[in-house]
Design a protein around this ligand. Sequence first.
Ligand code: SF4
Ligand code: FES
Length: 251
Amino acid sequence: MKLTLYVWRQKGPNEKGQMAKYDAPDVNPDMSFLEMLDVVNEELTAKGEEPIAFDHDCREGICGMCGVVINGMPHGGHRGTTTCQLHMRHFRDGDSVYIEPWRSKGFPVLRDLVVDRGAFDRIIGAGGYVSVPTGAVPDANAILVPKPDADRAMDAAACIGCGACVAACPNGSAALFTSAKIGHLGVLPQGQPERYKRVLAMVDQMDSEGFGHCTSHRECEAACPKEISFEFITRMNRDYLKASLTDKNGS
Ligand code: SF4
Ligand code: FES
């Protein structure tokens, strides 16, 4: 099939960007979106032009590296689908496709479709881990975890840190990502000793990175390729309030 692409091109963080038009005359419907971009890039390279820069790694929906706004929707807007798992059969012959980077103050554009998601690493660095000794493997396995809590922790741990939640949010909020990372530790017994210090530190770091505040639009939940529940934001807010009103240990 034949597509017309409009792609955001920007040489560097401080350069002015603009949309550029490309023809993609021979797109196989079985290609993934990234494979389609690969073909376009091969043609650009053959013509001596700069290929389009985009982030990718696993191409299996697990690393969180890929991520572009396609026709106004992060990852293309198909439920539970990353850009690397989006297939061209979802488009029609003759379609125009608009491809842009994540747009958020917290994710500055580095080049073309690549943004700096270092803010997410700094939010994790502020407390998204368990530092208390949990013993050796047999000791950790000896701690009984109720099945509903283990399931809830796994639901939150499914977050791959792609940033689509930020790109989808009209406020550019990182609340879904941050709450998933707080939530998956907060429901487990190993995460309890640092639970309230963690939520204060991670939320404060999120705020200092320039992300907006959550006003419950729930666009993040709709755009999330791992279908992380908005429930984690309410859990984060509850823990943050409790930590703010207590001695930071939740008592
Ligand atoms: S919460 Fe969902 S959309 Fe946000 S970073 Fe995690 S996986 Fe991506
Ligand atoms: S490239 Fe790893 S999730 Fe898409």
